[in-house]
Design a protein around this ligand. Structure first.
Ligand code: SER
Length: 589
C-alpha cells in the first residue's frame, strides 16, 4: 500500500465515521508567534480543543504539514525527517475512548490489513494525581489485544503534552507495530525497537489548572496523530523510511543527477531529499518564509545550505539546476494535496537559487577564516573554540573543518567541539521547548488585544492608503503586533499618523466586537476581509468591529475596543515588493 492510498484510506475511513476533512493549516502557526512551526497535527486546533466551536463541527480529520527541527543534525539516518505530514482525527467534545480506540483498531486491521498479532499498545499506568487508564486497556482487550501486548507506562510516555504544562491534557494510548521478520515475542516490550510506534491517541480528559490541580473537562476531546512517513514505511515493509514510496522517485532523481547509486551514498542522498523537500514546503507556505538569520528563516537557510554541502560531497555540479529539478519533482508530487506549491512555484525556485548563490559567497569567506586560523596554529592542534566559531559563524560542519585541517596535518579538538555543540544544542532545545509550551498555553490577554488591534489597523490603512490594502500576514507577541499588508509605497509620516489616530479613535469609541458564524460564500459576499480564501472551510467565523471592520478569522478577540490601550506605530518597513510591515505597541494613556 503506497502513501497515496494510505492518505486516501485514512481520510475516507474517518469521513465514513462522520468526520469532516479540514485543510492543512500553514506550517507556521497563523496566530501563535510562540512557536516556529506546527510540530503536530493538533497544534492549529488548540483554540478548538480549548472549547471554541469549530466551523466544521465536532468530528474532524486531516493531514497537516509539520516540521520538527530539534534533531536537524540527525537527519541522514533511516528515520529522521524535518518536514513530515501527520494524519489525524479529532473529537471536540463528541466521541471518546471507546470509539477512538475501536476505529483505530478497525482502520489498522481492516483497511490497512495489519494482522492483530503485529499490534501492541501502551496505556497510562497512573501516578499519585491521576489513576491508571484501565478504561483504555479494557477497550483494547475487547478489541482482541491480549493482555501481554498491553503495557502500562508513566507520564513520560503516556501523557500529552506533559504533566507540567497547564491547559487541556490527558492520558494517551500509543499503538505499536512489530516490523521485524523475527518470530513475534508473546510479551510486548516497548523498549524492544522491533516494535515501532505508529499512532498516538490522546484523550484530553483533564484541565491542568494554574493552581496545579487537575479537573475533569466538561467536554472531553480526542486528538490522534499518525506520521505518514512512518506508517508508509511500515506498511511497505521497509526499515529505511527513505526506501518507501514517499521517497523513491526523489532518491532516483538524486541518483540520476549525481550519477551515483543510493547504496553507499545513503546519508548524503537522504539529507538532500529531506532538506530540499522541507525547503520547498517552507518557502511555498502562506507565511512566506525567506532565508534569513532568525527564526524560521534561519532554519530554511540551514536546510538549503546543508543540502548544498551534501550535494557537493556527491560531486554534483552545484551551479547546475540540480536543486531546481528536485524541487520541481517534489512540487509535482504534492501539489494535488497542497495547492500553494503550484501557486508559489516560482517563489520556491527563486529562494533555492538565490540562497545557493549567497552560500557560495559565504563559503569563500569561511575558507578565508579557516586559513587565518590555521596559519596561527603552532602545535598542530585546532582548539574547540575556533572549530565552533567556524561552525557557528561560517556554517562549517565539523566534518568539513576536520577534513580541511587534516589536509594540513592539523588535528581538531573534536571532543571539545562536540561538548560545546551539545551545550549549544541543549540551549536551543530548551528554547524550543519553551516555545512549544507557549504554543499550547492559552492565548494571553495582551496577544488577544493585539490581535484585535491588527483588525483595526487593517481597516484604518484601507481608509488612509486605499482599498487595495490587504493583510498579507501578522505576528503577535505579548509585547507587540506586527502586521504585513499590500501597499506599493513607503507610508508617509502623515499616513502613519492618520492610521494611528483612526485606530485610537475607534478604541476610544468603544466599538463592540461581534463574532458570527456564516457560510463562506455569504461572508465573502458581505465584503468581509479574508487573507487566504481557499484555506477556509464552508462555514466560517467572521469578526466585525462596530461598522468599521469585518474579517474572516478564528479569533480570539476582545469583546469591545475600549479594552485596548492606545497604540503607536514603532516601525514601518518593506517586506518584499508591494508588501509593507508595521510594528505597533500599546502605550500608556
Ligand atoms: N498530539 C499527539 C501527537 O503529536 C497526537 O496527535 O502525538
Amino acid at each position: 500500500m503506497d502513501s497515496v492510498e494510505i492518505r486516501e484510506k485514512y481520510i475516507s475511513f474517518f469521513e465514513s465515521k462522520g468526520h469532516k476533512q479540514i485543510p492543512s493549516a500553514p506550517v507556521v502557526p497563523e496566530n501563535d508567534p510562540s512557536v516556529l512551526f506546527n510540530t503536530a497535527g493538533m497544534q492549529p486546533l488548540v483554540p478548538y480543543l480549548m472549547g471554541q466551536p469549530h466551523p466544521y463541527g465536532t468530528r474532524l480529520c486531516d493531514y497537516q504539514k509539520c516540521m520538527r527541527t530539534n534533531d536537524l543534525d540527525e537527519v541522514g539516518d533511516v528515520t529522521h525527517h524535518t518536514f513530515f505530514e501527520m494524519l489525524g482525527n479529532w473529537s471536540l467534545g463528541d466521541y471518546f475512548k471507546k470509539e477512538s480506540i475501536s476505529w483505530s483498531f478497525e482502520l489498522l486491521t481492516k483497511e490497512f490489513n495489519i494482522p492483530v498479532e503485529r499490534l501492541a499498545v501502551t496505556v497510562f499506568k497512573g501516578n499519585d494525581i491521576v489513576a491508571a487508564d484501565e478504561e483504555s486497556a479494557n477497550i483494547w482487550k475487547e478489541m482482541g489485544i491480549p493482555e501481554k501486548r498491553i503495557k502500562y507506562l508513566g507520564e513520560d510516555d503516556n501523557w500529552w503534552p506533559n504533566m507540567e504544562l497547564t491547559g487541556p491534557c490527558g492520558p494517551d494510548t500509543e499503538i505499536f507495530y512489530f516490523r521485524s521478520e523475527d518470530e513475534i515475542p508473546e510479551e510486548f516490550d516497548p523498549e524492544d525497537d522491533r516494535w515501532v510506534e505508529i499512532w498516538n491517541n490522546v484523550f484530553m480528559q483533564y484541565n491542568h489548572n494554574e493552581d496545579g490541580t487537575f479537573t475533569e473537562l466538561p467536554k472531553k476531546n480526542v486528538d490522534t496523530g499518525m506520521g505518514l512517513e512512518r506508517i508508509t514505511a511500515v506498511l511497505e515493509g521497509v526499515t529505511d523510511n527513505y526506501a518507501s514510496s514517499i521517497w523513491t522517485d526523489v532518491i532516483e532523481k538524486i541518483e540520476q543527477i549525481s550519477a551515483l547509486t543510493y547504496t553507499g551514498n545513503e546519508k548524503a542522498m537522504r539529507i538532500i531529499a529531506d532538506h530540499i523537500r522541507s525547503a520547498v514546503f517552507m518557502s511555498a507556505d502562506p507565511a512566506g518564509i525567506k532565508p534569513s538569520n532568525t527564526d524560521q528563516g534561519y532554519i530554511l537557510r540551514r536546510l538549503i545550505r546543508r543540502a548544498i554541502r551534501y550535494a557537493k560531497k556527491l560531486n554534483i555540479d552545484i551551479n547546475s539546476d540540480w536543486e531546481q529539478e528536485i524541487a520541481i519533482l517534489i512540487i509535482n508530487k504534492y501539489k494535488k494535496y497542497y495547492a500553494e506549491l503550484e501557486e508559489n512555484k516560482q517563489v520556491v525556485l527563486d529562494v533555492l537559487k538565490n540562497e545557493k548563490i549567497k552560500f557560495n559567497r559565504t563559503l569563500e569567506k569561511g575558507l578565508k577564516e579557516f586559513e587565518k586560523i590555521s596559519s596561527k596554529i603552532q602545535d598542530g592542534k585546532m582548539d574547540k573554540d575556533n572549530a565552533f566559531r567556524l561552525y557557528d559563524t561560517f556554517g562549517f560542519p565539523i566534518e568539513l573543518t576536520v577534513e580541511l585541517a587534516g589536509e594540513m596535518g592539523i588535528e581538531v579538538d573534536e571532543e571539545g567541539f562536540k561538548e560545546k555543540f551539545k551545550a549549544h544544542q541543549e540551549l536551543s532545545r530548551a528554547g524550543a521547548k519553551e516555545k512549544f509550551k507557549g504554543g499550547l498555553a492559552s492565548t494571553g490577554e495582551n496577544e488577544t488585544m493585539y490581535h484585535t488591534a491588527t483588525h483595526l489597523f487593517n481597516a484604518a490603512l484601507k481608509k488612509v492608503v486605499g482599498p487595495d490594502v490587504h493583510q498579507k500576514g501578522s505576528n503577535i507577541t505579548a509585547e507587540r503586533m506586527r502586521f504585513d499588508f499590500t501597499c506599493d509605497h513607503k507610508l508617509t509620516d502623515e499616513e502613519k499618523k492618520q492610521a494611528e489616530e483612526l485606530v485610537n479613535k475607534w478604541i476610544d469609541e468603544g466599538l463592540t466586537v461581534v463574532k458570527t458564524e456564516m457560510n463562506k460564500e455569504d461572508a465573502v459576499k458581505s465584503g468581509a476581509e479574508c487573507m487566504f480564501i481557499e484555506k477556509y472551510p464552508d462555514r466560517v467565523t467572521v469578526y466585525t468591529i462596530g461598522d468599521v471592520s469585518a474579517e474572516l478569522c478564528g479569533g480570539p478577540h476582545v469583546e469591545n475596543t475600549s479594552k485596548l490601550p492606545h497604540i503607536k506605530i514603532k516601525k514601518e518597513e518593506a517586506v518584499s515588493a508591494g508588501v509593507r510591515r508595521i510594528k505597533a505597541v500599546f502605550v500608556e494613556q
